[in-house]
Design a protein around this ligand. Structure first.
Ligand code: ZN
Length: 330
């Protein structure tokens, strides 16, 4: 069992997409074999292990809970502020609608991964524009202080990111993290996101999309003949922000503005908001690290439960190696 767990960790650390490859690496790699306890499990043993790991999904979640609890002990500030995003992963399957270019349409049973679907992948630094990807989508909440994933969910690529966000927040809280604020990109900018997050006492930090109301300037602070009204602090219990006349000469010189998409409790004009917004890069960095440093990108399995196992094992390895390094092991 110890060797199998070790092999699963080595699989992500050495970025081997399938068991066959990591088994053969361990066989020819003396130090790795010693680290596994001297014996390398067979490929068949690995696949039996995989079946059990898929069946006992809750044990994987327990493992994540315990790793994150140990990490929180080490870094008490962990998870105070989080960032949420989704990222698409290519399936190990062909998603084309026709058999050949302009050929006949493929039947449903001709798609080798029935759980994969076409979804949108946003632009990255090296890929200037967004594009369609056939595969799955990993939704993740990361701690902005450590970049570490604190909650995640894997769905098919077609699934929207918005409805998953509040579930990720709930999972983050269940794991004992405060998550007082959450940074997200414009894709999450919908009234429902603000309502769901404020109802859970987590303040969303999301840039505004240029919708009709924004074009009309409905998100701007109130103006009077003395100038633009200034922010005077928020009452988080009351769910409202106080704004006042710059000189205080107005008859009604201050007003409580209830929290909404256009008027957030941490106003978009404050330094605090800008600082928190920058925290969003942590989840993007973490996707990059998982994909290119821990082999999350290369999927060699089909079916959502197997892809979920691949994502879980990759993230568990990331958390475990961070914990080991922090404790001083190499
Ligand atoms: Zn005034």
């Amino acid at each position: 069992m110890r060797a199998l767990v070790g092999l699963a960790i080595a699989k992500s650390l050495y970025q081997r997409p399938c068991w066959t490859q990591i088994v053969s690496l361990a066989q020819e790699h003396d130090a790795l074999r010693q680290a596994l306890g001297g014996e390398v499990p067979s490929v068949h043993a690995c696949y039996r292990f995989t079946k059990k790991l898929i069946k006992y999904k809750s044990l994987r979640a327990d493992c994540a809970d315990r790793l994150l609890a140990s990490l929180k002990e080490l870094r008490p500030e962990m998870g105070e502020n989080i960032a949420i995003d989704g990222s698409a992963l290519h399936a190990y399957a062909n998603g084309h609608k026709t058999t050949i270019h302009n050929g006949r349409e493929r039947k449903p049973e001709e798609f080798s991964d029935p759980d994969a679907s076409w979804g949108h992948q946003s632009a990255t630094s090296t890929e200037g524009r967004g594009r369609s990807i056939y595969g799955h989508r990993l939704h993740m909440a990361a701690c902005t202080a450590t970049d570490l994933p604190v909650a995640w969910h894997l769905s098919t690529a077609r699934d929207s990111e918005k409805p998953v966000a509040s579930g990720l927040l709930d999972k983050t809280r269940q794991r004992g993290f405060a998550a007082q604020t959450c940074a997200m990109d414009k894709g999450y900018d919908a009234e429902s996101t603000y309502e769901e997050f404020e109802a859970r006492d987590c303040h969303p930090v999301i840039p505004l999309m240029r919708t009709g109301f924004v074009k009309q300037g409905r998100h701007l602070p109130h103006e009077c003949r003395h100038g633009t009204w200034v922010f005077g602090g928020s009452d988080y219990k009351r769910k409202a922000a106080k704004w006042r006349c710059p000189t205080g000469e107005c008859e009604v010189s201050n007003r409580w503005v209830p929290a909404s998409r256009l008027h957030t409790l941490i106003p978009r004009t404050t330094d605090r908001w800008f600082k928190l917004k920058r925290g969003r890069s942590s989840v993007e960095r973490e996707f990059g690290r998982l994909k290119d440093g821990y082999g999350l990108r290369t999927i060699r399995v089909r079916g959502i439960e197997k892809v979920r196992l691949h994502a879980d094992l990759t993230i568990l390895t990331r958390l475990a190696s961070y914990l080991a390094n922090s404790r001083g092991f190499q």
